[in-house]
Design a protein around this ligand. Structure first.
Ligand code: 0A1
Ligand code: ZN
Length: 862
């Protein structure tokens, strides 16, 4: 913690300052005497001098006081430099022993060793290990861990750590112990320990070389029945990584523990993943289809880290995207293989546009390999993760599947057991891909979303079309001038007359500011399909007419491009409405009708394609966001679509009715389309809509249908709204994960009184900032509700700032991650901008502000 008023600006860490460690720690023996109130940590580090530097040993700590420091068995001289323990050492190799005491139950930051629901668990990435014991807390120090835990046997019957269990036994006074050994050297951010009263769902997986791995998903006894989906996803992931990347699991044990209090989604600790329970627990009554998919995706993500992250880790935290971008790309490909690849791509692009594009266009923009930071946990961003994944995807596209696989094989074999850099990865792509990526590397160093303008010309009577492409990369903080980048654009031309294509799809690498491409054999004015499959994470501007877009939305043979054409048509229509007060809805209505009536399309795709772009996304396209006008125009289009196509919506609604619950991709698609259709029937103002929604709500045999109907009711003003919310609350009052849905559904409502409701909900007896999921379910959801958050009174801004300041005292990491919506002030009118700035100033002027919040608020004001 620091006082922003009296303390100088916190320390900035720069990538260019990287230096290899002075001391390595090949081995550590950790001994825990575990208790929620006081835990004693006894550590013996074998340290070896690295190179010729004669400096003392410096061990990071955070809030630790050494009780004893011994070197080679004798009391040692030492001093503290702030939080760092400094031990002068003469030789090249020593054994350094420290003892500290920590208080897990007072750890509200949820970093280091903390208590959750009566159990004890750890979170060490990025810099939490230094809150457990003194250690060189940096990812390029790789260590073999032996861990002994001792605890009360009744309260903590289960004792888990990384690697394999070695031995265990009973002690006097109702205590017991267990010892674990991890043979793989690892950075300390991958250390984990769990002690608690947990039940296990066990499984096995036999790897392709015949190793039998014991799998375990550990949860509270009452949640055991909700772990099957996660266990199946784990087995599927293990087989997938063998088949697709040739990666096999390397230990005899793989455990996953679910906890309710967790700052992020999950953590890939070696052999002992720790998960936010929302990404493990599922049954049809409490989890939506989206939840099921997210569980499989996160289980896969953490499992894949065993190779992309653990066997090969990061040299320093500036390389974070080396493991995260690549692992997100791997989990996205895995999920695409489990169902509809097209729908998965649409969902991923939607998420990128919702989170990463705004980040890249605002004050917090940073390259996927940043140059500096104050607090690394602020850099677990959509840019590092999702744009990072897009950068890997572009290389995979340019190399093609065989060479990409050869390149990842090379990477895994060359860097196994080391701490690597993004540059190491790119060089493997270059070598195995036989391609020069010099200019492509700009994706690692330049922030901002490139923009491409594309215009296609065709002279009547000629046989030739000319495509002109121009690119620009916007200025971002600290990067006023940009160089042109390499943009892999997949494109194809279509004939409007019969829907056929002029030639096959082409991959164009746009690397100049401007470039012209000629197409021969084009006998009529063609329609341009560009950035197919979203081959480059860029914004495309074209001069395509509403008719062209409607044509593509019906005829393009790339499903993503089809979806994209429809989105563009909807977007153009809404923007015209906001700018000119009126707009022609007819082309959108016709295109939606075509899609709804196209029997070759599956329900999941239709459900995605007919959804209007969000209010936020419309706002992101405008020079100055007018939240009220956007809401009005979008609602008017929704109403018109609902009313004009009421028959089709009812047909789709009935056709997607199911007799019994199934979890197949087809059944999930049908449920999605059903709720989307219900939303449109309701938006159209059908007198029976609320009744229909309430019926779906009451008769649902699964959470997707129930929450879908609740969302429709929560948006409206029927007398069924309060009834449904109450029924939902009472039915799930003892289920935290479902209560989160109850809070977020209300925070996301489009009703006029949402801000009042949110203020009230913050005083609800079930609301607490101490649980990150709950904080996000209300505060996080509200701040992306564009109209409610940007209420002209400024009360939404004040509410967010108040909550953030309260949360900062408990959990700075989670608080700081909720700040960015306030940083978008430049995008709003002067009045709103001033009010947003004022809240940022107020945050910055608060005594005792964390460095996490300081960094986010300070950058947001620039
Ligand atoms: N490496 C994890 C993300 C993660 C990062 C920091 C955490 O600290 C609270 C927790 C998790 C992943 O990519 O899943
Ligand atoms: Zn990850």
């Amino acid at each position: 913690m620091l006082d922003a008023q009296t303390t100088a600006q916190p320390h900035v860490i720069r990538r260019e300052d990287y230096r290899a460690p002075d001391w390595m720690v090949p081995e550590i023996a950790l001994d825990f005497d575990l208790d929620a109130a006081v835990t004693t940590v006894h550590a013996v580090l074998k340290v070896e001098r690295n190179g010729s530097d004669a400096g003392p040993l410096r061990l990071d700590g955070d809030g630790l006081t050494p009780e004893s420091v011994r070197v080679d068995g004798r009391e040692a001289e030492y001093h503290m430099d702030g939080d760092t323990l400094v031990v002068p050492l003469d030789g090249a190799m020593h054994h350094v022993e420290t003892v500290v005491r920590i208080a897990p139950e007072r750890n509200t930051q949820l970093m280091g060793l903390y208590a959750s629901g009566g159990n004890l668990c750890t979170q060490c990435e990025a810099e939490g290990f230094r809150r457990i014991t003194f250690f060189p807390d940096r990812p390029d120090v790789l260590t073999r861990y032996r861990v002994r835990m001792e605890a009360d046997k009744t309260r903590y019957p289960v004792l888990l750590s990384n690697g394999d269990p070695v031995a265990s036994g009973d002690l006097d006074h109702g205590r017991h112990w267990a010892e674990w050994n991890d043979p793989f050297p690892k950075p300390c951010y991958l250390f984990a320990l769990v002690a608690g009263d947990l039940a296990v769902n066990r499984g096995t997986f036999t790897t392709r070389s015949g190793r039998e791995v014991q799998l375990g998903i550990w949860v509270r006894e009452k949640d055991l029945a909700k772990t099957e989906h996660a266990l199946e996803a784990l087995k599927t992931s293990m087989a997938w990584d063998e088949r697709v990347y040739g990666r096999e699991y390397d230990l005899d044990v793989f455990n996953i523990v679910a906890v309710d209090d967790f700052n992020f989604g999950a953590m890939e600790n070696k052999g002992l993943n720790i998960f936010n329970s929302r990404y493990i627990l599922a049954d049809p009554d409490t989890a939506t289809d989206q939840d099921y998919d997210a569980i499989a995706g996160v289980v896969a993500h953490e499992y894949f880290h065993n190779w992309s992250g653990n066997r090969i880790t990061c040299r320093d935290w500036f390389q974070l995207s080396l493991k995260e971008g690549f692992t997100v790309f791997r989990d996205q490909s895995f999920s695409a293989d489990q169902g509809s690849a097209a729908v998965k791509r649409i969902e991923d692009v939607r998420a990128l546009r919702a989170a990463q594009f705004p980040e890249d266009a605002g004050p917090l923009a940073h390259p996927i390999r940043p140059d500096s930071f104050i607090e690394i946990s602020n850099f677990y961003t959509a840019t590092i993760y999702n744009k990072g994944a897009e950068v890997i995807r572009m290389m995979a596209t340019m190399l093609g599947p065989q060479k990409f696989r050869a390149a990842t094989d090379l990477y895994f074999s060359r860097f196994d057991g080391t701490a690597a850099t993004c540059e190491d990865f790119v060089r493997c792509m270059e070598e195995a891909g036989e391609i020069d990526l010099s200019q492509f590397r700009l994706w690692y160093s330049q922030a901002g979303t490139p923009r491409v303008t594309a215009s296609l010309s065709h002279e009547q009577g000629s046989d030739r079309a000319l495509l002109t492409l121009r690119q620009s990369v916007p200025a971002t903080p600290g990067q006023p001038d940009k160089q042109p980048m390499v943009l892999p654009l997949k494109l194809k031309l279509f004939s409007e007359t019969d829907g056929s294509a002029f030639g096959p799809e082409q991959l164009v690498l746009l690397s100049d500011l401007e470039s012209e491409i000629a197409f021969e054999g084009v006998s009529e004015r063609p329609v341009l399909s560009i950035n197919r499959g979203f081959s480059a994470p860029v914004v495309i501007e074209t001069d395509r007419s509403a008719a062209d877009l409607a044509f593509l939305s019906a005829h393009d043979d790339d499903p993503f491009a089809r979806y994209e054409a429809m989105q563009q048509l909807m977007l153009d229509t809404m923007i015209a409405g906001v700018l000119h007060g009126r707009t022609d809805h007819a082309p959108v209505i016709e295109a939606v009708a075509n899609t709804l009536g196209d029997e070759r399309l599956d329900a999941a795709f239709i459900a995605e394609a007919v959804l209007l772009p969000s209010e936020n996304f419309v706002g992101d396209q405008m020079a100055t966001v007018d939240p009220d006008a956007i809401h009005r125009v979008r609602e008017a289009l929704r109403r018109d679509l609902g009313r004009s196509l009421e028959g089709l919506w009812r047909q789709a609604y009935e056709a997607s009715r199911a007799d019994r619950f199934e979890l197949t991709p087809a059944a999930k698609g049908a449920r999605r389309l059903r709720t989307v259709s219900l939303g449109y029937i309701n938006a159209g103002g059908a007198p029976d809509a609320a009744g229909l929604a309430f019926l779906q709500f009451e008769q649902a045999d699964n959470m997707s249908d129930r929450q879908g109907a609740l969302g429709v009711l929560a948006n409206g003003s029927s007398d069924k709204r309060v009834a449904a919310l109450d029924i939902f609350y009472n039915r799930y009052s003892d289920n935290g994960l479902v209560l989160d849905k109850w809070f977020s559904t209300q925070a996301l409502s489009g009703r006029d009184d949402t801000l009042d409701q949110v203020e009230q909900l913050a005083r609800h007896k079930d609301f607490t900032l101490a649980n990150p999921n709950r904080a996000r379910s209300l505060v996080g959801a509200f701040s992306v509700n564009q109209r409610a958050f940007h209420d002209a009174s400024g009360r939404g801004y004040r509410f967010l700032a108040d909550q953030l300041l309260a949360l900062d005292k408990l959990n700075p990491q989670t608080a700081a991650k909720l700040l960015p919506p306030l940083g978008r002030w430049r995008r709003f009118d002067a009045d709103r901008a001033e009010k947003m700035r004022a809240e940022l100033e107020r945050i910055l002027a608060t005594p005792g502000l964390s460095k996490d919040m300081f960094e986010q608020a300070e950058r947001s004001l620039k």
